[in-house]
Design a protein around this ligand. Structure first.
Ligand code: AMP
Length: 382
């Protein structure tokens, strides 16, 4: 079967690498000159997502198409969808590529979420803070990612100042639309990745406990250190969302766990997710293989973990210079550590350049301490 991938970053690269052993050929569509997935795909269509001729030619060349990030214009997906199945369906993208629509979907379908209000100006922000404040997080209604377009609002802060600061538009010349969320004093963040194929089969990966630095995922700890009831409830909600959305593909569901033990859905992503990278080295079936299986209508693989795992992201900040990588020997010398580099040509602060996963034994705390030590060694701190 020939699988089409829209978007050629590290998620597409790891999907292509996982699809190959199953006999797939992989064609890629990406506007950039050197996408990380390009070197592991059979054919690359390098064109903007608005290029209808290129989209048609790409669609003709593959049997099913999927995507690695949600901001692909839905018009492109509709166009490809006239010829071949595009999974997940663009209807799901339409919801998850827009924060306001995603929040309203969660509310209307009765899924637990942080309180929110849609706000268009400082007066509406002040009113919303009165209802769901005093502290909040103001976010763009459209998706930013990794915390972009977000501003925390402290109790008692002046709404007009906060609004102008958030919008970067002190004269308020342009209209802005935001979603104010109540500030959640969470004890932890976690995520679940669920797969559903067109036959309606479901398979759910173990719950990841996620740590962020500067709004970017820094580590995933699996299985998350929570009571069994939290694991069961997170998986139940993720599966209910997959069914509600009639998902064909993968869905990553990010949650807050509040101090009083409630789970709130924070964000949905209908694609492989950074918090599932450990599945390559720790699970019977990786999220990337599962992605290929789910979108092409194959039976799903088992999601059981062979071992607890810690995944550490390797951001460009660790690079001594944009074109000079760190010394990887501390990771390579560690028998149970697996290094994954994404082949990006230049490092930049906050840019996801690779990750490593540490597995082995049953002592998750020991794995975590060792993984943190390896990261310090890579950073030259020890
Ligand atoms: P997001 O891009 O919406 O996932 O937000 C990025 C990060 O900001 C989250 O992973 C949280 O650490 C933090 N954050 C976002 N929304 C809230 C909220 N309502 N309350 C507290 N922290 C938040």
């Amino acid at each position: 079967m020939i699988l089409g991938l829209l978007g050629g970053g590290q998620l597409a690269r790891m999907t292509a690498l996982a699809a190959r052993p199953l006999g797939f050929r992989v064609h890629l569509f990406d506007p950039h000159p050197h996408p990380p997935a390009g070197v592991v795909c059979d054919q690359v269509w390098r064109a903007p997502f608005e290029d209808e001729q290129a989209l048609d030619a790409f669609a003709k060349s593959v049997e099913v198409a999927t995507l690695e990030f949600e901001n692909i214009p839905t018009a492109a997906l509709e166009r490809i969808g006239q010829r071949i199945p595009v999974r997940p369906h663009w209807n799901i993208l339409h919801i998850t590529q827009h924060r306001e629509r995603e929040k309203c979907f969660l509310r209307d379908k009765g899924f637990p979420h942080a309180p929110f209000r849609v706000v268009n100006n400082p007066a509406e922000l002040a009113a919303a803070l009165g209802e769901i404040g005093p502290a909040g997080v103001l976010k763009t209604a459209e998706f930013g990612y990794d915390g972009k377009g977000q501003r925390k609002i402290q109790p008692g802060e002046d709404a007009t100042t906060a609004w102008r600061d958030w919008s970067g538009d002190p004269e308020e010349r342009r209209p802005h639309r935001g979603v104010l969320e109540g500030f959640i004093d969470f004890q932890a963040e976690l995520s679940v990745i669920v797969a559903r194929n067109p036959a309606g089969e479901l398979a759910t990966f173990p719950v990841s406990e996620n740590e962020h630095e500067h709004h970017i995922l820094s580590a995933s700890i699996v299985p998350g250190r929570f009571p069994p009831a939290v694991h069961a409830e997170a998986r139940r909600i993720a599966e209910a969302l997959a069914v509600e959305l009639a998902l064909e593909g993968l869905l990553a569901v990010e949650f807050f766990l509040t101090r009083d033990g409630r789970l709130l859905v924070n964000e949905l992503a209908p694609r492989p997710h950074n918090s599932g990278h450990h599945t390559i080295d720790a699970c019977v079936t990786s999220q990337f293989e599962q992605h290929a299986r789910a979108v092409s209508g194959l039976p799903l693989g088992a999601t059981d973990a062979h071992s607890p795992a810690v995944m550490i992201n390797l951001l460009g900040d660790l690079w001594p210079a944009p074109d000079r990588e760190p010394d990887w020997r501390p990771i390579l010398r560690e028998p149970r550590a697996k290094l994954h580099l994404y082949g990006k040509e230049r490092a930049a602060p906050g840019r996801k350049m690779g990750h490593f996963t540490l597995t082995g034994g049953n002592d998750l705390e020991a794995i975590l301490q060792k993984a943190r030590g390896l990261k310090r060694a890579i950073a030259g701190e020890v």
